[in-house]
Write a protein that binds this ligand. Sequence first.
Ligand SMILES: C[S@@+](CC[C@H](N)C(=O)[O-])C[C@H]1O[C@@H](n2cnc3c(N)ncnc32)[C@H](O)[C@@H]1O
Length: 511
Amino acid sequence: MSDWTDGYLTDVEYSHAYNRELNPLAARLALLEAGLSSPRFDTACELGFGQGLSINLHAAASTTEWWGTDFNPAQVGYARELGASSGVDVKLLDDAFADFVHRPDLPDFDFIGMHGVWSWISPENQGLLTDFIRRKLKVRGILYIGYNVVPGWASFAPIRHLMAEHAALSGAAGGGKLNVLKGTLEFVERFLATNPVYRRANPMVVDRFDGIKGKDPSYLVHEFLNGHWRPSYFTTMVEALSPARISFACSASYLDHYDALNVTGEQWALLQSVPDGPFRQSLRDFMINQQFRRDYWAKGAARLTHLQQVEGLAAERVVLVSQRPQVELKVKAPLGEVSLHAPVYDPILDLLGDHRPRSIGEIAKAMQPRNVTLKQVMEVVMVLAGAGHLAPAHDDATIARVRPAAGRLNDAILERARSVGDTTFLASPVTGGGVAAPQLVQNFLLGHRRGCRTAAELAEFVWQNLDAQGRKLMSQGQTLETREANLGLLTSQASAFLDERLAILKALQIE
Ligand SMILES: C[S@@+](CC[C@H](N)C(=O)[O-])C[C@H]1O[C@@H](n2cnc3c(N)ncnc32)[C@H](O)[C@@H]1O
């Protein structure tokens, strides 16, 4: 095999992931909250787009011109078919980074993003991408990078090394990568069962290994068996990216913006005692045992005045994208599960419960009689968005403009979901990006579009489709053999779809 892969694994396709941090609207909210300016996102680029779900959803549901590349032809083929269905002129190239970065036809970009790429490519490719960012990211432009960091990987990194070595040995004897993975996982299990001193010195590796074993094999192959794999310290990233003349702006994980969810009072005091710069970020990674960072970086971002920030936030719109939580609301954060303060959260959730986009200014005004401040409203917005309940939203004119393309993309995704369940996001013209919708929800939505109105009609619609493919549902590990049993389960799930899900999908203009 010729080495066009640069040490990157190409014989197993990556999973169909969606990353909301790559949505420029998500970046704008995080930057505003951090008191930094954002450019108008006219042009954007995704490096190593995998199956291309993120780039296609973002291109179809926004007015931004998207460019991207990935050198795995099988993935690019899927991405291009999706792209063609939306009718949007999204530029999905199959160039290796070494070729892409020198293309003469590229515009300068307001946003460049890469998720799950940096830690898995060679130092030469990292250098090429840094130079690309230096040349092609506009002044005031934003970079997003999601990458592995050392503290969270420190004790487990030797297991990944062992897996890669074992896989190389057994791969040489033949057999596809997925088979090799199976053998390698079994081998590591046997190794840990021998109670080696390494296991005793690093007791958490057993739980960690148990946690990864059941994950999607195509993810595991890419994460663990790739030729390159190098988690970074935050300070190493600062050094690596410094030739691109960018600086760290803020975390793309909204929950990271609130120290109270992440560090204890004692840890906070220690963090405050060191300069507010890369070392503080690095120290914080140690405190929360950070494993994967999602960061926005900026090329010369302007610091907003207080007035600019308040006015910017007041104009920013958000929408509730999940069912309004009826019981006590909790979020998972590094400090554990945190219950959210009902007197502040409940009225805001009540207001947003109709799933209409509202500006943060409108929310703050409605909360004034309850003495809830803009600062508190912002915290609620960021925490709910960080927990996946809320998303930033476009203005009405943009929603109307992008709705046809998002609709065409959704048509193609819904059609695919009749037989394949790998694409579990739909495009919302409201949020400018992807909204989670598992295969069955997509099947019900298709049935609804085709005129099924009751739970029984929807169940029958989905059953006809399954039956035509000789497929049956599973319940509690058992296959449901009869038509009646399948229809029974489908009908109860269709009721839940009609009662809870459909109204949200409609509000997000995914119909
Ligand atoms: C772990 S996957 C992540 C994919 C996607 N960003 C996501 O999060 O779903 C890394 C991707 O980078 C691509 N890649 C790796 N090295 C590359 C190179 N030298 N040129 C272009 N693409 C590359 C791979 O084909 C793969 O799809």
